[in-house]
Design a protein. Structure first.
Length: 141
């Protein structure tokens, strides 16, 4: 039951954050500068928690490099594109489209990791795509 509680909290945070990003990006802040503020604040908080709790940071290099690559893709490139989209568009359109990352994760996991892919999952992906089309049409874009 705790996992559901934490998932709901994550959803609430991820649903609220884009509105804060939009408000912050309305001014002259460039998306790259926004990335600096975003990632620096996340890093500092994670660092403080790591120090306070005494968590270890020595892990195999290969695993660390895979996490670093994922961080560059999500924490830099993904956020940069998201901030550009939020700065230029409506959060109510941009956020749902950006939230389709599980769609890409399913496809890439199927191709690279050999994870199972069923007709039911394909149908779910089709529904997600239909939802994106409806959201885009409702905004007149």
């Amino acid at each position: 039951m705790k996992s559901v509680f934490f998932a709901i909290l994550a959803s609430l945070m991820w649903g609220t954050a884009p509105v804060l990003f939009k408000l912050g990006l309305r001014g002259d802040i460039h998306p790259i500068s926004a990335l600096v503020f975003h990632n620096l604040s996340a890093f500092l908080l994670a660092f403080v928690i790591t120090v306070i709790t005494g968590m270890k940071l020595n892990y195999p290099l290969r695993e660390v490099m895979l996490i670093v690559a994922g961080g560059i893709m999500s924490g830099f490139l993904g956020l940069f594109f998201f901030f550009e989209a939020v700065k230029r568009g409506n959060v109510s359109v941009v956020a749902p489209i950006a939230s389709t990352s599980p769609l890409w994760g399913s496809l890439i996991a199927f191709i690279l990791l050999g994870e199972p892919f069923s007709w039911l999952r394909a149908f779910g992906i089709l529904l997600v795509v239909c939802g994106i089309v409806l959201i885009s049409l409702s905004s007149g874009r």
